[in-house]
Design a protein around this ligand. Structure first.
Ligand code: FNR
Length: 199
């Protein structure tokens, strides 16, 4: 069975190393995953005053998230946290209250950095956010990519066999996780994430 996976790239840079990583992951993904990018660069800055009458980019984004069987976040770490464009997209997708587009979607988080810890702190922040949004996450393997430019070609070919094996394995595990989650999730279920949990 084919699963439609929407992927979000957390960087808007035209030279993004995370976009290169995304291309590599698309190439290495098992056949049962159909990966399509969900763009985030056209979303306005989140303002809750606009929730009920948002820019057309917002419903377009939410529809794409909701139409996906699973979501993959491929993102840099900015100042030890989630890049603003990605957090902005997540905030839009989580609203208005009761219309959280991320609920019950199987998710994976992966990121590339020029630094040695390979986006680990960003991923930790993402896990908190996705937990609150009731989005199941692939726990293992973790994938903290310390980006080496010489390892990746323009179109996402991976020139180092060890890295290729690791990324292929990550995508196989993600595919198995998506299948597991969907096997126990009612199709089309739209859960609510109640922010008012402190009664
Ligand atoms: C960075 N970078 C960075 N790297 C890291 O490992 N941890 C961090 O906290 C940060 N913080 C940070 C903040 C800002 C504003 C920028 C622009 C960069 C460096 C980052 O890993 C590097 O620029 C990557 O190339 C960013 O990924 P993209 O945009 O190329 O996909």
């Amino acid at each position: 069975m084919t699963h439609r996976i929407g992927y979000l790239v957390g960087s808007l840079s035209k030279d993004s190393i995370n976009r290169v990583l995304a291309k590599a992951l698309v190439r290495l993904a098992p056949d049962e995953l159909e990966l399509t990018e969900i763009p985030i660069g056209d979303l306005p800055l989140f303002n809750r005053d606009d929730e009920m009458n948002p820019d057309p980019a917002v419903p377009r984004f939410k529809e794409r998230v909701e139409a996906s069987d699973g979501l993959l976040f491929i993102s840099p770490e900015y100042n030890r946290s989630i890049p603003a464009p990605l957090k902005n997209a997540i905030d839009w997708g989580s609203r208005p209250w009761g219309k959280n587009s991320f609920a019950r979607k199987p998710t994976g988080i992966i990121g590339a950095s020029v630094g040695a810890i390979g986006t680990a702190v960003m991923q930790s922040s993402m896990r908190s956010v996705l937990s609150f949004l009731d989005a199941p996450q692939l726990n293992a393997p973790e994938a903290y990519i310390s980006f080496k430019p010489e390892v990746y070609g323009e179109d996402g070919e991976v020139k180092d066999p060890g890295t290729e094996k690791f990324l292929r394995h990550y995508m196989e595990e993600y595919a198995a996780f998506v299948a597991r989650v969907l096997s126990v999730t009612l199709p089309g279920h739209m859960g609510d994430s109640d922010p008012d949990t402190m009664h």
